[in-house]
Design a protein around this ligand. Structure first.
Ligand code: NAP
Ligand code: GDD
Length: 353
């Protein structure tokens, strides 16, 4: 039975990857960090009850800022495959916490692969690094592929650039089987609530049911290449099954603005949306009620923006045999449907202790 270690297992990708690997018969260990609230909700598909156990899955406390905890867990598990997904993954938050982000995302990756060396796991285990299309930042070409120059535009992007290069450096210097998956934005019902896709689908579903009046967004014209997270985790696994370690872009190849995401979500909810005003004064209005349901707020604009991301994943398609199936419209629909079901439950059951 193969053993996998996933850092950040209770994140969006970590939870899908855990399900995927368990389905392949792996024994999985995931790292979680202590929090004042119990944040294992995304693992509910595996653990039906809060204090449940799964015969092939165990969780260990660890933190990317704490080398000793990483060494302890790696030594206890001695995994065949390591998926480093843990990160401070929010771009805007990285402008507010740049040092912390660098510590977790950049040095945390170094701590992981140095721990592999200390324990001799660099000879036996394979390492996946969660790299990102944010590396391309101020893009020099559209679409972006593995050879497009990097120009990160945030402390998050810069920290991830270090992680990208240190993984590559350990591959070249020590022969580590280390790969970078350069994944473009991928979303799902499990997406964190302060990322734009989830913020849109959750807010509009609640507005539809009368649980909320309006919500606020920043830059509506940024373009992203949005795919479905559940499909993207398979590419991570495929990268570690190759004969040679290499880096891969994983993307749909399509790009859409944030505004188009809002419009598609409204279509799904049968909200007749019209726009009024320009740029920072722009507002989205429900034509049926005449009410403002969306305002642009400068608070959500970033000090530097990545204007357009569109990936060329032909290498992943050719070498890994991976390709996305869920389209942009299907992705928006599955997120809207989920958030509508969730909002319906919320409207029935508001518990106050
Ligand atoms: P996510 O939902 O934000 O999950 C991040 C995970 O990292 C969570 O489990 C989080 O734990 C954990 N974490 C954060 N800080 C930590 C620390 N100091 N020590 C240990 N664990 C820590 O992110 P995601 O969307 O699943 O993304 C997974 C990875 O892929 C990230 O590295 C992200 O940067 C990268 N990536 C994501 C995308 C995307 O579009 N989703 C695209 C490219 C790359 P808590 O729950 O305790 O916070
Ligand atoms: N979060 C957020 N909130 N973004 C907003 C908002 C808002 O209210 N309004 C507009 N946006 C715009 C952002 O300015 C950005 O251009 C776009 O929506 C997407 O923002 P996010 O959903 O926060 O994602 P991201 O592209 O910055 O970063 C995600 O994708 C990266 C891969 O390209 C994260 O998952 C990163 O961890 C990942 O590396």
């Amino acid at each position: 039975m193969k053993k996998a270690l996933i850092t950040g297992i209770n994140g969006q990708d970590g939870s899908y990857l855990a399900e995927f690997l368990l389905g392949k018969g792996y024994q999985v260990c995931g790292t979680v960090r202590r929090s004042s609230t119990f944040n294992r909700g995304r693992l509910e598909g595996i653990y039906r009850n809060t204090f449940d156990h799964h015969v092939n899955l165990n969780l260990e406390y660890s933190d990317m800022n704490d080398s000793s905890s990483l060494i302890r867990v790696m030594d206890a598990v001695r995994p065949d495959e390591i998926y480093n997904l843990a990160a401070q993954s929010h771009v805007q938050v990285s402008f507010d916490t740049p040092e912390y982000t660098a510590n977790v995302d950049a040095l945390g990756t170094l701590r992981m692969i140095e721990a592999m060396r200390i324990l001799g796991l660099d000879k036996t285990a394979r390492f996946y690094q969660a790299s990102t299309s944010e590396l391309f930042g101020k893009v020099s070409e559209v679409p972006q592929n593995e050879n497009t120059p990097f120009h990160p535009c945030s402390p998050y992007g810069v920290a991830k650039l270090y992680a990208y290069w240190i993984t590559k450096n350990y591959r070249e210097a020590y022969g580590l089987f280390g790969v970078n998956g350069i994944l473009f934005n991928h979303e799902s019902p499990r997406r964190g609530e302060n990322f734009v896709s989830k913020k849109i689908t959750q807010s509009l579903a609640r507005i539809k049911l009368g649980l909320q009046d309006k919500f606020k967004l920043g830059n509506l014209e940024a373009k992203r290449d949005w795919g479905y997270a559940k499909e993207y985790v398979e590419s991570m696994w495929l990268m570690l099954q190759q004969d040679k370690p290499d880096d891969f872009v994983v993307a749909t190849g399509e790009t859409h603005t944030v505004r188009e995401f809002v419009e598609e979500a409204c279509r799904n909810l049968d909200i007749p949306l019209i726009w009024e005003g320009q740029e920072a004064e722009k507002r989205g209005i429900d034509q049926r009620t005449g009410k403002v349901i969306l305002e642009v707020d400068k608070h959500y604009f970033r000090p530097a923006e990545v204007d357009i991301l569109q990936g060329d994943s032909s290498k992943a398609r050719r070498v890994l045999g991976w390709q996305p199936k869920v389209t942009f419209k299907e992705l928006v629909k599955l997120m809207v449907d989920f958030d509508l079901r969730k909002a319906k439950n919320e409207s029935r059951e508001i518990l106050i202790d």
